[in-house]
Design a protein around this ligand. Structure first.
Ligand SMILES: Cc1ncc(COP(=O)(O)O)c(C=O)c1O
Length: 417
């Protein structure tokens, strides 16, 4: 970043500060990963200079020879990776991918079923603070109290009662495999569309260790971040019959010009996610999450749904008598980054919460194995028992620094100078 260092030293130093944080902290936010250096190269590439609207072969601007090749390559790679008939890789984010699908096939005030945000869903699945809950008539389904899995019977009852135009599933804090076939059957029964937002698990799907929703859903949306470990953006998959509607839903429906530099990075993301190396990474990500879950359970932590099939754990702190906010802050102090999260049937406010969400993608990219989960689990336990004890937390910070030194970011091959 030599240029930036000279022209804007203040901004340069802030980027450097963030890089230092990433190097010396153990990142366990379930939505995060460390992208390959190629992704940073592409996101910073000359494609950022090019403006265009439309799709390959049908643009509203000249000079799109290379842009068309790149977007076509990205689309073909996405289709191949997820065995989809059609892909749109233009959505600027996961939220915009969802917005585009809604715009493509729904009318304002249409009824839609979505998983409750405080039980694992996402804002764009009908939360009242979000466009989705304001434009469409979302009705929420939730989890069963006993097993803390999606209550498919309740979902079916709601579907039969409200006859929704669409059922949306997928989530931000749902650790278990979702029964896509069952929800698809319910959607068919009531004549509604079925959309899966696989943003969190797309990498696991690509690796073949989580069911592929493309088989069952009319529309599949995702980010290329999170477990897919790539570009900061979104995409949509669908059957050929919906291709035109979806493309129109993205442009001109909800977006303007394409972010070509990000789409180039998405094209790289899809290629990498089809490799054996990526598959092995995803297998280890899940093994690490399951191991960390076992360790935490041994220390008396309660896991929502008793464990995980994926990259994330949702820890219910109520039996420990601490809040998500308090543990998030104390872990941050020692250098482990997690986020506070509502647990099912939480009575705390979203700004406090009774839980934390922990993900293993980023730390596994740094080479962490099951034995490192024992150390991390032990650190989390120690921190939870010493909230407010600065001296003790300072000594735990040393353990986190040792751990992050053992697991160097980018194997030490990347630096900001
Ligand atoms: C399930 C799900 N869908 C959509 C999104 C939104 O993605 P973005 O933050 O790129 O808008 C997220 C991100 O947190 C998510 O977890």
């Amino acid at each position: 970043m030599n240029k930036l260092k000279g022209s804007d030293p203040i901004l340069y130093s802030i980027v450097k500060e963030e890089f230092n944080r990433q190097k010396t902290y153990i990142e366990m936010i379930a939505a995060e990963s460390y992208v390959p250096i190629e992704i940073m190269e592409l996101q910073g590439s000359v494609f950022t200079n090019k403006t265009t609207e439309g799709y390959p072969g049908n643009r509203y601007h000249g000079g799109c020879y290379a842009a068309d090749k790149m977007e076509t390559l990205g689309i073909e790679r996405a289709k191949k990776l997820f065995k989809a008939e059609h892909a749109n890789i233009q959505p600027h984010s996961g939220s915009q991918a969802n917005q585009a699908v809604y715009a493509a096939v729904l009318e304002p005030n249409d009824t839609v079923l979505g998983l409750r945000l405080d039980q694992g869903g996402h804002l764009t699945h009908g939360n009242r603070a979000n466009f989705s809950g304001r434009i469409y008539r979302f009705i929420s389904y939730g989890l069963s109290r006993e097993r803390e899995l999606i209550d498919y019977e309740e979902l079916e009852k709601l579907a039969l009662k409200h006859r929704p135009r669409m059922i949306v599933t997928g989530g931000s804090a749902y650790p278990r495999i979702i029964d896509f076939k069952r929800i698809s059957d319910i959607a068919k029964e009531v004549g509604g569309y079925f959309m899966v937002d696989m943003a969190h698990v797309a990498g696991l799907v690509a690796a073949g260790i989580y069911p592929n929703p493309v088989e069952y859903a009319d529309f599949v949306t995702s980010t290329t971040t999170k477990t897919l470990c790539g570009a900061r953006g979104g995409f949509i998959l669908c059957r050929r019959e919906y291709a035109k509607a979806i493309d129109k839903g993205v442009f001109p429906g909800t977006q303007g010009s394409a972010h070509l530099h990000i789409m180039a990075a998405k094209a790289y993301t899809f290629k990498r996610a089809g490799t054996e190396e990526f598959k092995n990474l995803m297998i280890q990500v899940v093994k690490n999450a399951q191991k960390l879950g076992e360790v935490l359970k041994e220390y008396g932590f309660r896991l929502v749904s008793e464990g995980t099939d994926s990259h994330l754990l949702l820890v219910d702190l109520r039996p420990k008598g601490i809040t998500g906010k308090a543990l998030e802050e104390a872990l941050d102090y020692v250098g482990i980054t997690v986020n506070k999260n509502m647990v099912p049937f939480d009575t705390e406010k979203p700004t406090v919460t009774s839980g934390i969400r922990i993900g293993t993608t980023a730390v596994t990219i740094r080479g962490a194995m099951e034995e490192d989960m024992e150390e991390i689990g032990d650190i989390i336990k120690e921190v939870s028992e010493n909230i407010g004890n600065k001296g003790k937390l300072d000594s735990i910070r040393e353990r986190v620094i040792n751990l992050s030194n053992r697991l160097p970011l980018y194997n030490g091959d990347y630096d900001i100078v």
